[in-house]
Design a protein around this ligand. Structure first.
Ligand SMILES: NC(=O)c1ccc[n+]([C@@H]2O[C@H](COP(=O)([O-])OP(=O)(O)OC[C@H]3O[C@@H](n4cnc5c(N)ncnc54)[C@H](OP(=O)(O)O)[C@@H]3O)[C@@H](O)[C@H]2O)c1
Length: 239
């Protein structure tokens, strides 16, 4: 099975400007991966890219403004990245959000926002990226679900539905790449609370949450596994 050094790889990290996505981006860029970070807030993307590139003294992180709720922008992102580097080796579906609500007061607007961002957008982005991975016979797709993709919580019903749905979709995707013999791996993270505020290495995560660095280390470990290894859902949380 084809392999490729990380230093020759190109990644897309949605929501890579902040939080968990930023930690993934830093870890990948440190290993030489060119990382396109894509989300709505251009200023956040730009400053994250600038800070990481400056630390590494190399241009590894590229900001890309896009809204995952917009089908045309999804297709454009995949097309632009492939045209520039002739590869999309790693796709990290990290963009996501929750709206606070109750089961009895789910609003159409809240439901649409959550499902379109966390689930429909991922399916559309994978659809846009997959042909490029198949063409190069190489790819890794990493989905950030949640502990709320395995357990239900009364205060975030739409979020739970989207994250459960993401895992169901990922299983179908894994079955597809297996049946078609594609050299594409599918990983799912199901984290409990991750502290996205105390992110410096010297900072202690708040009670009940893990330090975000653990997410990045686990990603790099998962990617280092042999191409024929399936690592199913990564359930990671504070003990
Ligand atoms: N932190 C936790 O405890 C935890 C636990 C389990 C799972 N997760 C999951 O981990 C992922 C990252 O979350 P985080 O904790 O790191 O919080 P975060 O910093 O808020 O990250 C979420 C990212 O999603 C992006 N995003 C939101 N709407 C978008 C849209 N319409 N189009 C494109 N990008 C969009 C945001 O960027 P823009 O605002 O710039 O668009 C942001 O960078 C999420 O999927 C979340 O559900 C987090």
């Amino acid at each position: 099975m084809k392999s490729k050094a990380l230093s020759n790889q190109v990644a897309i990290v949605t929501g890579g400007g902040s939080g968990i996505g930023r930690a993934f981006t830093e870890a990948l860029a440190r290993e030489g991966v060119r990382v396109v970070i894509a989300s709505r807030r251009a200023d956040v993307l730009r400053s994250t890219a600038h800070e990481i590139n400056e630390t590494l003294s190399a241009e590894r992180v590229f900001p890309y403004e896009f809204d995952i709720r917009d089908r045309a922008q999804i297709d454009e992102l995949a097309r632009d990245v492939f045209e520039r580097w002739q590869a999309i080796d790693v796709l990290i579906n990290n963009s996501g959000l929750a709206v606070p609500e109750t089961v009895e007061a789910v609003t159409d607007e809240g439901w649409d926002t959550v499902i379109e961002t966390n689930l429909r957008g991922v399916m559309q982005l994978v659809r846009a990226v997959l042909p490029h991975m198949r063409q190069n016979d190489f790819g890794d797709i990493v989905n950030i679900s949640s502990q709320a993709g395995k357990h239900g919580y009364a205060d975030v019903p739409s979020y739970c539905a989207s994250k459960f749905g993401l895992l169901g979709y990922a299983e179908a995707l894994r079955d597809d790449v297996r049946k078609t013999g594609a050299n594409i791996r599918v990983f799912n993270f199901c984290p409990g609370l991750v502290d996205v505020e105390n992110t410096r290495p010297d900072q202690t995560p708040r009670a009940g949450a893990i330090h975000v660095a653990n997410m990045a280390r686990t990603l790099m470990y998962a990617l280092s596994l042999d191409r024929d290894v399936v690592l199913e859902d990564i359930n990671i949380y504070a003990r």
